[in-house]
Design a protein around this ligand. Sequence first.
Ligand code: HQG
Length: 179
Amino acid sequence: MDERRMVRISKYLAKHLRHNPQRIGITLDAGGWVPVDVLLRATAEHGFPITAEELREVVAANDKRRYAVEDGRIRASQGHSVPVELGLPALEPPEVLYHGTIGRFVAAIKKEGLRPMNRHHVHLSPDRETAMRVGARRGVPVVLVVAAGTMHGDGHPFRRSDNGVWLADLVPPAYLRFP
Ligand code: HQG
């Protein structure tokens, strides 16, 4: 499969497995899962047929491992706006995590801290390079340093998605270091 088709399929999956399953008439279960055969049938019925082989390839080759397949079911590993309970256990984070954003948001973040906005969690990166890439989706990236160890010690829970993204409910400004 060429790269363009791969990216198109991945974006199509993100749209329907994270945000708008009803658009193609599928229902996610409480954990965000849908049977693979149901998904494939729905894609065909809604004008964007994906083959089982293509789906396998996208799940396996996806740069961020955005999708997990288990027992004939598929889900997005993170990034939902629809209510799902991913069932991730709380976990002790590394001392420091990173968040990539852009300059335009910094004043509000200084005041309010990091908020989940349209998602369920604030997404944090394990290293500066990843955070740079996340910020660069929107413009010139600004990387904030999160005192995750201290925050965890103060009782804030952290989770990690199946694809290594750290998740917090919010990050109060006191735990943020700005460049
Ligand atoms: C900002 C991609 C104003 C925040 C990436 C971000 C990630 C605030 C934006 C994943 C704010 C939300 C998530 C506040 C936070 N005031 N702005 N108080 N608090 N923000 O897309 O972290 O490709 O929901 O800095 O790789 O950018 O989808 O979050 O700029 O892992 O798999 O509000 O999305 O993964 O944007 O990205 P998002 P994000 P995928």
